[in-house]
Ligand binder design. Sequence first.
Ligand SMILES: C[S@@+](CC[C@H](N)C(=O)[O-])C[C@H]1O[C@@H](n2cnc3c(N)ncnc32)[C@H](O)[C@@H]1O
Length: 276
Amino acid sequence: MKNMTLQHGLNWAREKLKTSCERPQFEAELLLAHHLGKERTYLILHPDEVVTDAAGFEGLVKRRVDNEPYEYIVGEASFYDIHLKVAPGVLIPRPETELLIDEVANIIEREKITSIAEIGVGSGAISIVLARKFPNLKIIATDICDAPLRIAAENAEAFGVCEQVTLCKSNLLDEVKESVELVVSNPPYIAEDFVLEKNVAAYEPKEALFGGREGDELLRQIILDVKARGVKWLACEMGYDQKEPIQAFVNEVGVKSVRFYKDLAGYDRGFVIEFM
Ligand SMILES: C[S@@+](CC[C@H](N)C(=O)[O-])C[C@H]1O[C@@H](n2cnc3c(N)ncnc32)[C@H](O)[C@@H]1O
């Protein structure tokens, strides 16, 4: 569209986005503001200004119409109190994972913990927020894939926590030689045959989503590995329907205590284990 004003651009994008977004006006504003490198308020204050590189803006809208997650289009995701870089191949951090951070932060504070490991670092969301909360905390963060390790390194650098967060390519904790007091993980925990929403299935990395045939296979392996290493604490996110099988597994394995926590919608969302 030639000589598209900001107002026309917003109207055009809103109409296009109606089929793929719950809040087409809001997303149209976010995309145009991102395209122009301005705040959303700028659009309202300058409705008659012409959109520079209108074709580029149309391209962004087209990607969103095709269900690409907004965060991949703009290259960042908001999480806890920060904005993290994300890219294809790296899971977009989810709001429910903020609860896992709060669970872990409580234990770190109460038990005066100074060394932890994270399994499956992804964008670095959990490790970076914890490092910022606890400047004396050392974290070894693993991932089995290269893309997350690359993006987590960039994010750790951007937030000045490289001294605290050591990244390590590893299956679970296999390559971690140091001893730690607590392990945290938001591992892949979705069952192989679960039908995901289109935008997740087509764009987000399978390695970050699927935990095996039942979904909880990796969670079980993590419980076994952490126990075998003599680590005292383990905190994990899990699926809303995994409390029963995890409880039964933990009973078999034998632990000092396990406590499940719920998300804000009231669904079971994770657990904290204290080993003997
Ligand atoms: C659900 S994502 C979590 C990412 C990030 N921690 C977050 O909460 O946003 C799971 C991560 O675990 C990684 N992963 C999958 N299998 C793994 C394994 N066996 N060992 C280590 N990391 C693994 C994936 O590559 C992915 O980055």
